[in-house]
Ligand binder design. Structure first.
Ligand SMILES: [Ca+2]
Length: 194
């Protein structure tokens, strides 16, 4: 009996030490952010989940994938902005992507200045706009986001969408609707792999 209990205890220890390693890297089934569905009436702006991932063969890049309920490549009237930000070594880093009535923007990423509410420095990066699967993916050079090294932790991951009149309409450029991940089911940190 005692051996059995010790055996179970050892198994539990192993599971608790192995599990965090296997679930550190996100994928669609194990996202870092899992948001509530239906908390905004615009399906193309409704955050489902966000996952951070990397490719061993492309270690200089961080991938961030953002899934919404129903992605569209043109909006009717409003500009829709997709944003993910996170903390690393006391700084805030961010990615963003826009869908307008006339099409989509580039993929942006960089260091965010929270006081000025704009990028302190940014790059236009590669990305994948996958309307069929409702996923936007940024492919971010790590040197644009503070050069995180293997084992470093990216914290306070936060996703949001914002709907505004585009600048071209001359209407006030503030948020009319948004989906924020404050009410997400969960938000996890991400450990850099490569
Ligand atoms: Ca949502």
């Amino acid at each position: 009996m005692r051996k059995k209990i010790i055996g179970i205890f050892v198994c539990m220890l192993l599971i608790t030490t192995i599990l965090p390693i296997t679930v550190m890297a996100g994928d669609e089934k194990n996202p870092e952010i899992k948001d509530k569905t239906g908390d905004i009436m615009f399906k193309h702006a409704d955050i489902i989940s966000v996952w951070f991932h990397e490719d061993e063969n492309n270690p200089g890049y961080l991938y961030i994938s953002f899934k919404v309920r129903d992605l569209i490549n043109r909006t009717q009237t409003l500009e829709t902005i997709y944003v993910v930000d996170w903390g690393f070594r006391g700084n805030t880093y961010s990615v963003d992507f826009h869908v307008f009535p006339y099409g989509v923007s580039e993929f942006y990423s960089g260091k965010w200045n929270i006081n000025d509410n704009e990028y302190e420095s940014y790059v236009i990066c590669n990305g994948i706009f996958d309307v069929d699967n409702n996923i936007i993916t940024w492919i971010i050079p790590k040197d644009a986001i503070g050069n995180p090294q293997p084992g470093n932790l990216l914290t306070e991951l936060f996703a949001s969408t914002h709907l505004r009149f585009p600048f071209s309409t001359m209407m006030p450029h503030w948020d009319l609707f948004r989906d924020l991940s404050w009410n997400a089911w969960y938000r996890k940190d991400y450990t850099v792999q490569f």
